[in-house]
Design a protein around this ligand. Structure first.
Ligand code: URP
Ligand code: ZN
Ligand code: ZN
Length: 486
């Protein structure tokens, strides 16, 4: 006897779309097909899509920024909001600030997430202090403990790593099978532009969009790919906002380099014109990299459609429009002191379903790839998550493709008082969400308790099909036998 059966729905994976029932027992998918037999409970999915639960792999939850500012969402509100948006797993950041040990950082974040998250979770580390102990003892230990990815920053004074530190980190990642995520923007260009703008009286929030030029992004992406390519270490360029940056990633992938690309809904659905608001309201849309122009939105869509971006994440970084968040440096602070980041964990998938799948820009299979499957493979979770496959966790989102709603902040479940997508009409919403076979979202009801989510240790990174090779100078076959320990 099955515990649960989802019947009469349309199931989709990354390549097929078919009519099937799903049988679930002990939290796992145990059967897919027709005539599956009796179940204790049946959910009728007639007219609906039965898809893998989303995996949100870039979000900042209960995280202090480098200037000590706490996000407005903790692991309860952040995970609830994610679940209402069709996600069954989140991978937020555990941020190391300078002087902190990775063991302490991970203890802190396990303590934050464990008692509160309503859905499963893992962490990426943020590395800002790659000293010898971190590099050669703590990082390998963290990878062995299932934290097989970490983010580094090429900008922000309190987080930035220089090129030498990047090489050190990339070498450790390569050796231990981890993936380095890179925030690629040229710090000096941003500072130069910011100083010029503020000094000439252009400190209003909208000028943030000018202060992080596209060239700052493309220069840093190019440098990151060169450094990683030198060592043949896998990297993922996060939150790409410009076509110039995307092209560098596409070229590197064409050459077989181990490079993945990520973009975010804000670069597809929002643009810098929307920052031109009275007073400080443009601060709500300050994020880095910044919103670009309308033409960029189309370019980013194209790069999502053509596979340049394998990952589509919210980069949910929730700061309220008050002195606890966006305006922490004062009610009329110049843009360099405005907290960076947008909320969007709940809207990531409905926006893509509506504007991507329903409007015919991507197939339902591509939607599934971007919602869950690609991320599960890239981040080492596909042994248990990311697709509707027998033996995997029964993490499932049932989508109603005919449900049309107008987006409103008051309907979101995060701890924010605004959404950048206010007023948009969105067709297609998750109506039932199951985590390991248990219903966590039923319509507008939350059925999960705090702490029901569990930590997902992740495996090392699989770069099959991405040949790459170390630079000749590092290759003992042609460098007179020098072993660089890679
Ligand atoms: O503006 C953003 N994206 N804030 C979040 C931090 C980051 O760099 O992803
Ligand atoms: Zn970033
Ligand atoms: Zn981020």
């Amino acid at each position: 006897m099955l515990d649960l059966k989802i019947s009469n729905g349309t199931v989709a994976d990354v390549s097929e779309t078919y009519a099937a029932d799903i049988g679930i027992k002990n939290g796992k998918i145990v059967a897919i097909g027709k005539k599956l037999g009796d179940a204790t409970r049946t959910i009728d999915a007639t007219g609906k899509y039965v898809l893998p639960g989303g995996i949100e792999a870039h979000c900042h939850i209960e995280q202090e920024s480098s200037s000590g500012l706490m996000t407005s969402d903790d692991y309860y509100s952040g995970s609830v909001s994610a679940a209402f948006g069709g996600n069954t797993c989140i991978v937020p950041f555990a941020a190391q600030h300078r002087g902190q040990s990775l063991a302490d950082v991970l203890d802190t974040y396990h303590g934050r997430a464990g008692p509160k998250s309503v859905i499963d979770y893992s962490f990426h580390l943020i590395l800002s202090d790659p000293n010898d102990d971190v590099l050669h003892r703590e990082l390998p230990q963290a990878i062995a403990d299932g934290i097989s990815s970490f983010k580094i920053y090429m900008t922000y004074d309190r987080l930035i790593v220089d090129d030498g530190q990047m090489l050190d980190i990339l070498a450790v990642a390569k050796k231990h099978g981890a993936l380095t995520m890179i925030h690629a923007e040229n710090n000096a260009m941003i500072k130069w532009m910011s100083n010029k703008l503020v000094d000439s009286g252009h400190g209003a929030p909208k000028y943030h969009a000018l202060s992080h030029p596209r060239t700052a992004e493309s220069e840093a992406i190019n440098r990151a790919i060169s450094l990683a390519g030198f060592l043949d270490a896998p990297i993922l360029i996060v939150h790409v906002s410009s076509e110039a940056g995307a092209r560098i990633i596409a070229d590197a992938r064409y050459e077989g380099r181990k490079v993945f690309g990520e973009t975010c809904p804000q670069y597809m659905f929002l643009n810098m014109e929307q920052m031109d608001l009275p007073g400080m309201h443009g601060a709500k849309l300050c994020c880095s990299p910044p919103l670009r122009d309308r033409a960029s939105q189309e370019e980013i869509w194209r790069c999502l459609q053509n596979g340049t971006f394998q990952v589509y994440s919210s980069d949910h970084a929730p700061y309220r429009f008050d002195d606890t968040g966006k305006l922490h440096a004062g009610p009329d602070a110049a843009f360099p002191k405005i907290a960076n980041g947008l909320p969007g964990i709940e809207m990531r998938l409905p926006l893509l379903f509506s504007e991507g799948f329903v409007k015919g820009r991507i197939s339902i299979n591509h939607f599934v790839a971007l919602a869950a499957t690609n991320v599960s493979k890239i981040y080492g979770m596909d042994h248990c998550k990311g697709s509707i496959t027998e033996g995997k966790d029964a993490d499932i989102a049932i989508w109603d493709p005919d449900d049309t709603r107008t987006v409103a902040a008051e309907d979101m479940h995060d701890n924010m008082e605004f959404t950048p997508y206010e007023g948009m009409e969105v067709t297609g919403w998750p109506t039932t969400v199951l985590q390991r076979g248990k219903v966590v979202i039923d319509g507008n009801k939350l059925l999960a308790e705090r702490g029901e989510g569990t930590f997902v240790p992740r495996r090392t990174i699989d770069c099959t099909g991405m040949p790459g090779r170390v630079a000749p100078e590092l290759d003992p076959a042609i460098n007179f036998g020098v072993d660089f320990g890679l």
